[in-house]
Structure formats: structure tokens, C-alpha cells
Ligand binder design. Structure first.
Ligand SMILES: NC(=O)c1ccc[n+]([C@@H]2O[C@H](COP(=O)([O-])OP(=O)(O)OC[C@H]3O[C@@H](n4cnc5c(N)ncnc54)[C@H](O)[C@@H]3O)[C@@H](O)[C@H]2O)c1
Ligand SMILES: O=C(O)[C@H](O)COP(=O)(O)O
Length: 594
């Protein structure tokens, strides 16, 4: 289905040099591509060989495919810039999803864009095999008029057996009921309520299904448990008049066993859209089936309708646009599904938390007076969600945003290789321990949602704290260390820790002015005197409210300290930092680029 809203983009369509590149080696509907062409260089080679794919993939950021391109572990290992493999359809059996996960590459698909097309094609094959439509057409073209030889069977009143009552299977079931068929289905994971509402009788095993079916159709993915699901033994239990259909994947019926059963009259016919090798390799059972007189075969046309191709193209291209723009996909195969509603709610927090992480690394690593050490490695981080945000259960994107932010200033890739797929792995590699805490009822919460990042290297220490909130579409930092503040974490920031006494602003302004640095905004942050810091109690961190209060009290000696946060234009060189540090009353300086 096409997405209801398109992702926002900060990509610049006027930026024409060095555009990220997208490779599309198969036919994908232009509807979706129109979303991408303003921002990316799109290459659509015809008949790209496996060798060419391997050779060319290193330069691409996205790969959009259908069922013909084999995205192997070698291709993915060579794909050093690739962020996303987008399958314009449902099945990802031609993609090595595990290898993609290991390489931090998101695999997305369109889970429902072509289900109507697949279900309708199943019904087309059902009617074609029931009424000998292709055989009649063939005969007539060859000058024949064979009526008695091509007598068919009605489907009304007959039993349709379905294996796999998922999206396609359920649609086929409803269509079957509409044709007056009795529908019996086997799917251990199907909802009995949904099945009952669709007039489908669920059975528990193949023995209860196969002997009853006049027509059998499979709608499962091809996985270990469905490979050769129907073979010689199973076919032998079916009616000799039964006909079988496959619009799922080649391999769910054993092709040799199916051929033998048709030859021996064990069953009466088959309608096949998919094969173990596509196109069927010469001499294979698949090829023999395609030529068999009792078979109606189509060349994997299940999803080939104008409407389905528009749907899947729009669906995956919107996800590619989002991912290449630093956002989230709506249906990632190798990451938890982000529902569009959830996505909209989380998006500003994803930006906020990434900035908080980056602010943390840059601010504290440049702080010689930092009490708990520089850097992020080996630290225990706690991400505390308070207020409305605490009710979100799928916080994987927030977790990933933190890992990305924390590592952005300390990795070659600038954190660009971190995503919801590989964030846990990267955190582990970098020795980051991150816990998440949800606190629904927070005392004195002035924001609808508040996020706090707290870092410690030993239990019992006060730790380093950054809090932030979202207002409208804007993101703000509300606390940095022991200071309450409010500033937008964007651009180049100077964070000055100083004694709260007159004359500081003039002195700092003078230094910056001499170096030609413009001040865009300034925020003076006062010491938190037992407000939020004392009341939060750091839930789940092992630090109780009383401990937090005592931490505040022990630090109250520094009562006349403040933070000055300056948003500046222009490069802030080392010499400026040194001059600022030497200014009277300045305790500490950090330059942060967000
Ligand atoms: N021919 C085409 O062009 C075409 C088009 C679309 C989809 N497909 C294929 O159709 C198949 C179904 O797609 P979908 O979107 O309905 O998938 P789906 O995930 O919605 O449904 C699959 C169903 O199979 C069930 N299942 C899994 N293992 C099973 C088992 N061992 N026994 C019984 N049931 C089992 C699952 O519980 C699920 O309900 C996929 O293989 C997909 O690739 C083909
Ligand atoms: O899994 C699917 O979506 C279908 O098999 C469609 O495959 P196609 O995009 O190659 O037509």
C-alpha cells in the first residue's frame, strides 16, 4: 500500500554534484522513482549480471530490486556505502537478510502493496485450471474445436484448501467464499477469530486438510518448514480429481514429486506461477511442469498489475528516501516494524537523542575537569523516558539514535553507519552499556515528554546528565550537567562553565568579536538548586531519590557557578578556545558541533 504521508526531507534538490546513487537493476514502476529523482542519481541498467552487480555495488547507497536480483552475502560485503536494500514486493528470499544485518544494511519491503494482485492471480489460475481456459485457447488457435475433451469442473460448492492464512491467503479465502466454495485452512499462527469471521474452517494438520481439498493453494513464505511441504507422500493423500495452485514460492511443492503425481494421475492438475529456478532451468522438473498438459503456468505474474507495481514502488521508494535522509523505514524486514503513527511521534525524539548523544561526547570529552573521565567507552548510560514518551514500547529507533550520537564524533563514518539494525552490535563493540527506563508518572514534569541521558562509570557517583524535550517540531536541551537551561542543539555551540558574576558576557563577547565570530544566541544556565535533579530520583538506575538529593547537597559548595551556551557562526579554532579558557572566572570551555 502506498504510504499515507511521505517522509520529510532535508535533502537539497539543487545540490547536483556528488549525489548519492541508487541502483535499480529490475523494472520498478516510475511512480515511486519520481520521489527519488530530485535528490539522487538513479541508475537502471538492463540485464545486470551477478558479476557486474558485485563490481558496481560499492558506489551505491541504495539498491532497489524485485525477485530476480540475488543479493548475496558477497554483494552485501562489497557494498561499503549501501544503507538499504529495498524489495519492491513482499518476498525477500532473494536477499541474504542475515548478511545485510551483519553489515548494518536495512532491508525493507512492501508487505501489502501486491496482496490483492497475488490473490486475484490465484483465482485466475483456479478458474483457468478448473475450466481448461488455456487449453481451449491453444486448441482453437491451432484450428481445433474440442468441446467434449475440455469439460471442466465448477468451483462453487467445492472445497478450497489453503495452507498459510496470512495476507494473501486470507484474501484468497474471502474470494473463494465469494465463489461459493467451502474454505478449509491450515496455519498454526492464524487467528481463529479472523478465520471464523471469514467463514474459514481452521484445521490442525495436513491430514485433516489434504483429503478434503478439491483445490489446494499454498500462501506461506518459503522457509525451512515450508520447503517441500507437499511432496510424494502428501500428494498421495489427495483426491485424484484435485488440482493444486502455487502463487507463493517455487519449492513449497516438491517439483519432481508434483510432476510424477500428474503423470501418474495421483492428482488432476496444477496452476503454477512460481518455480524453484526462474526462468526454469533447461532439463529441470520446473521446466517439465511448465510443458505438462495438465499444468497452467505463468511466469511469476502474481504481482504484475499496474496497481500493485505502483503501490510497491511508492511504498519502498518512500522508505529509501527516508533512510537516505537519516530517517526511519516503515517496514524494515531486519528490524522491528515502525508503525506510521509511532514513526511520526518518535521522529523529533530521534533527532533530539542523537544530538544529546553527540553533545555528550563532544562536551565531556573536551572537559579536563570532568570527574568521571573522558570519552564514552566503558560508561554506563541510562536513557530515561518520562511523560508521554514513556508509553512507547518500541524505542529501538531512540536507542539507535543515542548510539549514533555518542559515536558520531569519534568514528570515521561520523556515525552514519549506525542504524536500528546494527545499533546494539555497535554499542557492544564500543563497550557502551545502555539501559532504558520508562517513567510514566514523574513528579513536577513540565514537558509532555522529557528525555534524560545520564552517564556513570561507577555506581554511586552523581554522573553526567543531559535532558531534553520536544516542543512543536523543535528540539531543546533543558539541562546540562547541574544546570537548567533551554537551547536548541544545532550548529556550533560554545559551552562555557564559569563563576556566576558580572562582566563575563562582555569578556567572552570581546574575545569572539576579535576573532570575527558572530554570536547567534546566548543562553545562561543557572545551577539547579534541588529542582528537577533532586526530584527525578533517577528511576531504574539504582540511584534512589535520597541519594540524588545528597549528591545535589554535596555539590552545593559550587553555588555561584553557571553555564553560558553560545550559538556561534564561524570557525572556532583552538586559539579561541585557549583564550576563553584563560579569561578570568571561566572554569571550562567546550566547543560542540551539532
Ligand atoms: N507470485 C507472486 O507474485 C507473489 C506476490 C505476493 C506474494 N507472494 C508470496 O506469497 C506468500 C505469502 O505472502 P503473504 O503476504 O500472504 O505473507 P504473510 O506473511 O502475510 O502470510 C504467510 C502466512 O503463512 C503462515 N505460515 C508460515 N509457515 C507456515 C506453515 N509451515 N504452515 C502453515 N502456515 C504457515 C504464516 O503464519 C502466515 O500467516 C509469500 O511467499 C510471498 O512471497 C507471491
Ligand atoms: O514476493 C513478491 O512480492 C512477489 O513474488 C512479486 O515478485 P516480483 O516483484 O518479482 O513480481
Amino acid at each position: 500500500m502506498a504510504p499515507s504521508t511521505l517522509p520529510e526531507t532535508s535533502l537539497d534538490p539543487t545540490e547536483t554534484s556528488n549525489r548519492p546513487k541508487i541502483l535499480i537493476p529490475e523494472k520498478v514502476s516510475p511512480d515511486g522513482l519520481a520521489l527519488l529523482s530530485p535528490y539522487f542519481e538513479i541508475h537502471q541498467p538492463k540485464n545486470l549480471s551477478a558479476e557486474d552487480l558485485l563490481a558496481q555495488i560499492p558506489t551505491y547507497q541504495a539498491l532497489i530490486i524485485r525477485s530476480e536480483t540475488k543479493v548475496t552475502a558477497s554483494v552485501l560485503a562489497a557494498a561499503t556505502k549501501l544503507k538499504v536494500v529495498a524489495r519492491a514486493g513482499v518476498g525477500v528470499d532473494n536477499v541474504d537478510v542475515d548478511a545485510a544485518t551483519k553489515n548494518g544494511i536495512i532491508v525493507v519491503n512492501s508487505p501489502s502493496g501486491n496482496i490483492v494482485a497475488a490473490a486475484e492471480h490465484t483465482i485466475a489460475l483456479l478458474m483457468a485450471v478448473a475450466r481448461n481456459v488455456p487449453a481451449g485457447d491453444r486448441s482453437l488457435r491451432n484450428g481445433g474445436w474440442e468441446r467434449s475433451k475440455l469439460v471442466g469442473t465448477e468451483v462453487g460448492g467445492k472445497t478450497l484448501g489453503i495452507i498459510g492464512l496470512g495476507k494473501v491467503g486470507l484474501k484468497v479465502a474471502r474470494m473463494g467464499v465469494g465463489l461459493g466454495m467451502k474454505v478449509v485452512a491450515l496455519d498454526p499462527y492464524a487467528s481463529p477469530d479472523i478465520a471464523a469471521a471469514a467463514n474459514v474452517t481452521l484445521v490442525g494438520n495436513l491430514e485433516d486438510l489434504l483429503p478434503r481439498a478439491d483445490f489446494l493453494t499454498i500462501h506461506t513464505p518459503l522457509i525451512a518448514s515450508t520447503l517441500d511441504l507437499i511432496s510424494t507422500k502428501e500428494l498421495a493423500t489427495m483426491k485424484t480429481t484435485a488440482k493444486v495452485l502455487n502463487v507463493a514460492r517455487g519449492g513449497v511443492y516438491n517439483e519432481q514429486a508434483l510432476f510424477d503425481a500428474l503423470e501418474a494421475g495421483i492428482i488432476a492438475g496444477a496452476g503454477l506461477d512460481v518455480f524453484t529456478s526462474e526462468p526454469p532451468s533447461p532439463g529441470s522438473a520446473a521446466e517439465a511442469l511448465c510443458r505438462h498438459p495438465k499444468v497452467v503456468a505463468t511466469p511469476h505474474l502474481g504481482a504484475s498489475t499496474v496497481e500493485a507495481q505502483e503501490n510497491v514502488s511508492l511504498d519502498v521508494c518512500a522508505q529509501v528516501l527516508s533512510i537516505l535522509n537519516g530517517g526511519l523505514p516503515s517496514s524494515a524486514v531486519n528490524a522491528p516494524l515502525i508503525l506510521p503513527e509511532e514513526y511520526r511521534k518518535l521522529q523529533p525524539f530521534v533527532r533530539l537523542i542523537e544530538k544529546m548523544g553527540s553533545l555528550y561526547t563532544q562536551h565531556y570529552s573536551s572537559k579536563p575537569s570532568s570527574t568521571i573521565g573522558k570519552g564514552v567507552g566503558g560508561k554506563k548510560f541510562e536513557l530515561i523516558y518520562e511523560g508521554e514518551l514513556a508509553s512507547i514500547s518500541n524505542t529501538r529507533p531512540l536507542f539507535a539514535a543515542l548510539v549514533k550520537g555518542l559515536t558520531s564524533a569519534i568514528s570515521d563514518s561520523g556515525g552514519r553507519d549506525v542504524n536500528i539494525v546494527n545499533a546494539s552490535l555497535i554499542a557492544k563493540e564500543k563497550g557502551l552499556i545502555i539501559n532504558e527506563t520508562h517513567t510514566r508518572e514523574s513528579a513536577n514534569l513540565v514537558y509532555a515528554s522529557l528525555v534524560t541521558l545520564r552517564a556513570t562509570s561507577r555506581p554511586g557517583e552523581p554522573g553526567q546528565v543531559i535532558s531534553g524535550y520536544v516542543s512543536g517540531r523543535g528540539i531543546y536541551i533543558s539541562r546540562l550537567d547541574r544546570f537548567n537551561t533551554s537551547f536548541v542543539p544545532e550548529g556550533t555551540l560554545l559551552v562555557l562553565h564559569n563563576y556566576d558574576e558580572p562582566g563575563k558576557i562582555g569578556g567572552v563577547g570581546g574575545i569572539l568579536g576579535r576573532h570575527g565570530i558572530n554570536i547567534k544566541f546566548m543562553s545562561v544556565a543557572a545551577l539547579d538548586r534541588g529542582g528537577r535533579g533532586a526530584s527525578i530520583g533517577w528511576p531504574g538506575s539504582g540511584f534512589g531519590a535520597s541519594e540524588a538529593v545528597s549528591v545535589e547537597q554535596s555539590e552545593s559548595e559550587a553555588e555561584n557557578e553557571a553555564l553560558m551556551i553560545l550559538g556561534v557562526n564561524g570557525a572556532v579554532g583552538k586559539e579561541v578556545e585557549v583564550e576563553l579558557r584563560e579569561e578570568k572566572g571561566i572554569l571550562d570551555v567546550s566547543v560542540v558541533r551539532l
